[in-house]
Design a protein around this ligand. Structure first.
Ligand code: B12
Ligand code: SF4
Length: 409
């Protein structure tokens, strides 16, 4: 299966927040080596938990050469004191208001160690700048046929009401979806089309359709713009016939949907209001309805939750194969800053001394599971992977979708 390669929208946005008089270069280490000898005045690094250790190494290399380093992103937002011990400045949370303030202070020679928004303040997304998609135009990674970005990210909204125990999104971006204007999104897609032809758009929204009115306006615009896109949402869209028709017409290829578990005990308490538990009885019917509208369901399932035993692997594989689903299989992972992290810490179940950030890959067991051994979890996980990601399963799913597309045509 091809990896999902997308340039970081965080850095394209930071570049958009930087005055045009300042030269900006984006280096993505997966594709290009970092030149530590380059004459940079300032280096900004973004990282998730699984990449933060590498981010700290890069920061150390630059700082040893006297280059000023700023770190931001989801991990630094949750662990600002830790990040501050590896960088000159840490930007906590959304940077739209903080980055210009930092740049001003930096230019005046008095940058602070930590910049953060006041508690409970979220930025108005309609003020978010046009990400610097133009920086991608000459990118080697787009031209190299072996290592190109297969997606270009666009974000129309931030926030998610569901507040899952393992996720950071509601904590960082809030419950209420904040939206850009449709015109902003149109301009962003136009900028991508100018510089980055034939790329799939990846909507980097946490949960695309929670505001139905906005969703429907957005879908009208996407249909007009004639793009092909993928995104993330929740299973509730399966109940909205009109929305599904619009999603298909708008050029959507597939949607990542978090199912997490098929066990009601696992879903119970996952959201404070048991939202996912309440969706469980509809899972199968809604998957079918979404697929019947020509949209591939890319289901996300978590293994190693507390009510999982060795039966979980075949239950999920049967469910996915029976419903012709592809998707993302991951191991339960306590991200620092999440409720899951706090609970497992309290229960003294971590397998490694903190910090164990490089193990937060979602493919490594990081805490003592309840219903099986660590080895059983690892073996079952690999077995499930092989059942879903193989030639035969892929052919079956393709045949199923060809039939659906014929009916749509
Ligand atoms: C789109 C998305 C993806 C996409 C694209 C990722 C990409 N390469 O860009 C896909 C689907 C591929 C993906 C995959 C994964 N993702 Co993801 N993803 C997201 C999502 C929904 C949006 C990210 C985004 O583009 N936001 C738009 C930009 C503009 O916002 P931003 O990144 O927050 O940046 C702002 C600030 O944080 C800050 N900032 C960020 N960096 C920096 C740096 C500097 C210097 C400064 C000053 C400021 C700054 O300024 C920006 C503007 O305000 C987030 C949730 C979220 N809302 O962040 C999860 C999220 C980032 N993903 C997450 C995870 C766990 C993953 C996976 C590991 C999942 C998996 N099971 O495999 C993989 C890892 C893939 C990889 N190696 O990159 C976690 C990360 C948590 C963590 N602490 O590690 C998040 C936070 C969701 C969650 N579960 O909590 N993801
Ligand atoms: S529904 Fe998705 S984005 Fe929303 S809180 Fe749960 S995992 Fe995070």
């Amino acid at each position: 299966m091809k990896a999902w390669y997308s340039p970081p929208l965080s850095l394209l946005t930071i570049a958009g927040l930087t005055p045009p008089a300042i030269d900006v270069e984006i280096v993505h280490e997966d594709f290009a080596p970092i030149d530590y000898t380059a004459n940079y005045d300032l280096v900004g690094i973004t990282a998730m938990t699984q990449t933060i250790v590498r981010a700290y190494q890069i920061a150390a290399e630059f700082r040893a050469r006297g280059v000023y380093v700023v770190i931001g992103g989801s991990h630094a937002t949750m662990m600002p004191q830790e990040a501050a011990s590896h960088a000159d400045t840490v930007v906590v949370g959304e940077a739209e208001e903080l980055w210009p303030r930092f740049l001003q202070d930096f230019q005046n020679g008095e940058p602070q160690q930590i910049y953060r928004n006041t508690a409970g303040h979220y930025i108005d997304l309609t003020t978010s700048p046009l990400p610097r998609y133009d920086l991608l135009s000459g990118s080697k990674t787009l031209l190299d046929p072996h290592y190109f970005y297969n997606f270009v990210p666009v974000q129309a909204s931030r926030g998610c009401p569901h507040d899952c125990e393992f996720c950071l999104v509601t904590g960082i971006y809030g419950k209420k979806p904040r939206k850009k204007t449709i015109l902003q999104v149109r301009n962003e897609i136009a900028a991508i089309k100018r510089g980055v032809p034939n790329r799939l758009i990846l909507f980097a929204d946490d949960n695309l359709f929670t505001d139905r009115r906005f969703a429907k306006e957005l879908l009208v615009a996407l249909e007009e713009l004639k793009v092909r896109w993928i995104g993330q949402t929740d299973i509730a869209i399966g109940a909205d016939e009109e929305l599904l028709q619009q999603i298909y017409r708008s050029g959507c290829l597939f949607l990542l949907i978090g199912f997490e578990s098929l066990d009601p005990q696992n879903l119970s308490g996952m959201n404070r209001n048991d939202w996912k538990l309440r969706q469980l009885p509809n899972y199968e019917a809604h998957v079918r309805r979404i697929q019947e509208h020509g949209i591939v369901v890319f289901g996300s399932f978590i293994f190693g939750l507390d009510h999982d035993n060795q039966g979980v692997f075949s239950r999920v594989v049967d469910f996915m194969n029976r419903n012709q689903m592809t998707g993302q299989l991951t191991l339960a992972t306590p991200l620092p800053g999440s409720r899951m992290y706090e609970r497992l810490k309290e229960e003294d179940r971590f397998l490694y001394p903190e910090p164990f950030w490089e193990r937060c890959t979602f493919l490594d067991v990081t805490f003592r599971p309840k219903g099986m051994t660590k080895e059983q979890l690892e073996d079952g996980f690999i077995w499930a992977y092989r059942q879903i990601f193989n030639e035969r399963a892929f052919r079956d799913r393709s045949a199923y979708f060809k039939e659906i597309y014929k009916q749509q045509a």
